[in-house]
Design a binder for this molecule. Structure first.
Ligand code: FES
Length: 170
């Protein structure tokens, strides 16, 4: 069974096909439908879609019989959950103290200006989400930028331009 997740009217909100067979595997097979494992189920769903689609959250709520409001409460409490679709790449600039002192604020501004998005937002073509994070534990090589799982130590404007040039060429 499959369906369309997104009911919203926002232009940047791409529709997502929900794979209910996969959701069943996560919810029922992997976690036995046990509501105690709700956060782990949410994490697993987010790993699949890179955010928590509305239809998937509703389905989770029905299957484990936890009110939708409770799931959204958890989703909004933990910064690691996203209710908005993310871009193909997630570029996170560390704005912790060490990175801030070495110019990460200017890097955020540079990306925002070039890509036309504020921190926390995604480009209209869904290629890039810009995020700021608070210390990724690599202060010795600050400033640090992380693209998905890959760390770029001692990053600078040239590092960012290289990345964005590659993005433009895709
Ligand atoms: S402040 Fe950026 S890695 Fe620690």
């Amino acid at each position: 069974m499959s369906g369309t997740a997104c009911q919203c009217q926002e232009i940047e909100c791409a529709e997502v096909e929900i794979d209910y067979t996969l959701l069943d595997k996560i919810i029922r097979d992997d976690y036995g439908g046990n509501r105690e494992a709700m956060i782990m189920m949410m994490q697993a769903i987010q790993r699949v879609y890179r955010f928590l689609p509305e239809a998937a959250v509703k389905y989770l709520s029905q299957v484990i019989e936890v009110p939708l409001t409770k799931i959204y409460e958890v989703a909004t409490f933990y910064a690691s959950f996203s209710l908005e679709p993310k871009g193909k790449y997630i570029l996170s600039v560390c704005t912790g103290t060490a990175c801030h002192l070495r110019g990460s604020g200017g890097m955020v501004e540079h990306i925002s200006k070039r890509m036309g998005i504020a921190p926390g937002k995604t480009t209209a073509d869904m290629k890039l989400t810009l995020e700021t994070v608070n210390c990724v534990g690599a202060c010795a090589v600050a400033p640090v930028v992380v693209v998905d799982e890959k760390y770029y130590p001692k990053a600078d404007i040239a590092t960012l331009n290289d990345f964005m040039d590659r993005l433009d060429a895709e």
